[in-house]
Design a protein around this ligand. Structure first.
Ligand code: UD1
Ligand code: CA
Length: 454
């Protein structure tokens, strides 16, 4: 049993094969940095310490994870190889066992790491059979004992045929590990200090070196290029879509759904193509999401339909509402129930009560709207005077005629009607007609201008 575990994540590499200025571990998978995936996973192991080796873009990486006080950042000034990276961590290791992960393989599961850290061996190497093992370190075995890991550049023809590869994830007794790390040299094709050489030192010491093999390459696939990142993204998204479908959600095309966060869905939910979910999204029973919607950190109630091309962010949509097509719900939009918001309507920090409607071309910001209110096309709440924001209050059953400007702060009383084209800058009583527009006149004997002759 593991008493105290040090976790090390090697993330100092330049990611040169991506030709990107961003440190590789800050590249995103399912909307989150690669390192965030790993930190979440290793957190489940309750390690005594988490050491992350950084180099290229170290400040940027630290800044991106400034909230993680539990991480011990270890700076590797020169990138002289994975073994050299571990040599920088060695003085910080104080537990009984050490688990080593590579920062560019983000989908490893906590169960696998647990199994590896508990393996009954001085050194455990996580391996997998890769259909195409090119560029990976190959596992050379004698029965159960791993005798060597040979890198692509150092491998001979017969070693290159080996399909079992080093995932890069290892667990070792800390005392042995420190000793092996001291003995590394850079006499190899890469002229680097290769972590994989600890296997040979272990064998010299008659230590038990065991491979723990996983079955799914996706779990351990390392990312070196944007092509690999995209392939892993698709594989991860396919898994997420399959999970949703298995839970009873109808996904029209699992290859055209992106979940960058978590989606919790009830029964009878349908999701059309090209939908992107970000953050935490909750869909109640019988929700229908039309094509091309982007839904971020929002909650959607029972039987509600979000029609094509709608964008929701930090919105709360109640039961039996209809949103879109082409609607935009911004943070603080709260549609209570049976609300209809139609095309080219933008709602921000606004509550719309039961049965209220804004069907076309409207901006509602900083407003509290009662029940059964009808907002005509082209209505704008003028909530901003260039310096401050103000609220608009609209009472139950009010009817706002098309193309009205409601200059906040302003209150429209319940049951009142605002005539189309009004600019309302004074409060309106209950049950009245308010009209605020130029009177219509007809000019007799008026002549249209005619074209001038030169
Ligand atoms: C490594 C393994 C290889 C394995 C493969 C799995 C070694 C020598 N090779 O090769 O056996 O099959 O991963 O994906 O370990 N890093 C540092 N400092 C350095 C060099 C690397 O922190 O000086 C970090 C990188 O940021 C990266 C990780 O270590 O996250 C792996 O380095 P990389 O250069 O990608 O190793 P591979 O060639 O992929
Ligand atoms: Ca790699």
């Amino acid at each position: 049993m593991t008493n105290s575990l040090d976790v090390c994540i090697l993330a100092a590499g330049v990611g040169s094969r991506m030709r990107s200025n961003l440190p590789k571990v800050l590249q995103t998978l399912a909307g989150r940095p690669l390192l965030a995936h790993l930190l979440d996973t290793v957190g489940d192991l309750n390690p005594a310490a988490i050491h992350v080796v950084i180099g290229q873009g170290a400040e940027e990486v630290k800044a991106a994870f400034s909230g993680r006080a539990d991480v011990n950042w270890v700076f590797q000034a020169e990138r002289l190889g994975t073994g050299h990276a571990m040599q920088q961590v060695a003085p910080h290791l104080s537990g009984d066992r050490t688990l080593i992960l590579l920062g560019d393989a983000p989908l490893i599961r906590a169960e696998t790491l647990q199994m590896l850290s508990e393996v009954d061996a001085d050194l455990g190497v996580l391996t997998v059979d890769m259909p195409d093992p090119f560029n990976y370190g190959r596992i050379v075995r004698e029965g159960e004992q791993v005798v060597r890991i040979v890198e692509e550049k150092d491998a001979n023809e017969s070693e290159k045929q080996i399909l079992e590869i080093n995932t890069g994830v290892m667990s070792a007794g800390t005392r042995c590990l420190k000793n092996w790390l001291e003995r590394l040299d850079n006499n190899n094709a890469q002229q680097e200090y290769l972590l994989t050489d600890i296997v040979e030192h272990g064998n010299t010491d008659n230590a038990k070196v065991t491979a723990v093999k996983v079955s799914d390459p996706i779990e351990v696939t390392g990312i070196n290029t944007f092509g690999q990142l995209a392939a892993l993204e698709r594989a991860l998204q396919m898994n997420k879509a399959e999970e949703l479908m298995a839970s009873g959600v109808q996904v029209m095309d699992p290859a055209r759904l992106d979940i960058r966060g978590t989606v919790t869905a009830g029964q009878g939910v349908k999701i059309d193509v090209n939908v992107v979910f970000e953050g935490d999204v909750t869909l109640a029973d019988n929700v229908v999401i039309g094509p091309n919607c982007v839904i971020t950190d929002s909650t959607i109630g029972d039987g509600t339909v979000i029609k094509a091309n709608s964008i929701l962010e930090q919105a709360t949509v109640g039961d039996h509402c209809s949103v879109g097509p082409f609607a935009r719900l911004r943070p603080g939009a709260n549609l209570v129930s049976e609300v209809a918001v139609g095309n080219f309507v933008e709602v921000k920090k606004t509550t719309m009560g039961r049965g209220s409607k804004a069907s076309h071309l409207t901006y509602l910001g900083d407003s509290i709207i009662g029940e059964e209110v009808n907002i005509g096309a082209g209505t704008i709440t003028c909530n901003y005077d260039g310096v401050n924001k103000f609220e608009t209050h609209i009472g139950d059953r009010a009817f706002i005629g098309s193309n009205s400007s409601l200059v906040a702060p302003v209150t429209i009383g319940a049951g009142s009607t605002v005539g189309a084209g009004s600019t309302i800058s004074k409060d309106v009583d209950t049950d009245v007609l308010a009209v605020g527009r130029g009177k219509q006149v007809s000019v007799r004997n008026w002549q249209r201008p005619t074209k001038k002759k030169d």
